[in-house]
Design a protein around this ligand. Sequence first.
Ligand SMILES: Nc1ccn([C@@H]2O[C@H](COP(=O)(O)O)[C@@H](O)[C@H]2O)c(=O)n1
Ligand SMILES: C[C@@]1(CO)OP(=O)(O)OP(=O)(O)OC[C@H]1O
Length: 158
Amino acid sequence: MRVGIGYDVHRLVAGRLLVLGGVEVPYHLGLLGHSDADVLVHAVMDALLGAAGCGDIGKLFPDTDQKYRGISSLVLLSRVAGYLGERLWTVSNVDAVVIAQAPKISPYIEQMRVNMAREMGVAPEQVSVKATTTEGLGFAGRGEGIAAQAVACIRRIK
Ligand SMILES: Nc1ccn([C@@H]2O[C@H](COP(=O)(O)O)[C@@H](O)[C@H]2O)c(=O)n1
Ligand SMILES: C[C@@]1(CO)OP(=O)(O)OP(=O)(O)OC[C@H]1O
């Protein structure tokens, strides 16, 4: 059994979709990035890669590579799960928190769990997503960006 941690931040800007856990969350701003900037899926992928001792998403999917421009991060999550599978790791569970002053994401959390579990080949019960504000403090509190943090536990495929 191994554990890993992931953390990511993306800036909120006009003219972009807000995609979190593969769900398009209605909001007047979206996250800026080379991919769809799904900060939650990015934190989950970094936790998985960290657990396996395989670096991070910037190493696997460089943001200088045009083939990742605008790509769905769920597609990248499926590739990370495959990458771990080739190394005989499977996911035991993932726990994540989205740090955002707005919008309210609790109505979308179940779909985020389903989406990420599907790409990792596990049950939604093995994927936990939570949300918190920062009570108005810091960059997240000012609505300048959204952060996400995740831990992942992986185990050997028998
Ligand atoms: N973007 C967010 C932030 C929080 N929530 C939910 O609201 C609850 C209260 O948040 P606090 O920061 O005041 O503790 C929290 O339990 C979240 O479920 C949310 O849906 N979206
Ligand atoms: C996902 C990648 C690749 O498209 O791009 P971004 O969406 O910019 O995300 P980031 O968390 O900055 O780093 C990983 C990148 O390599």
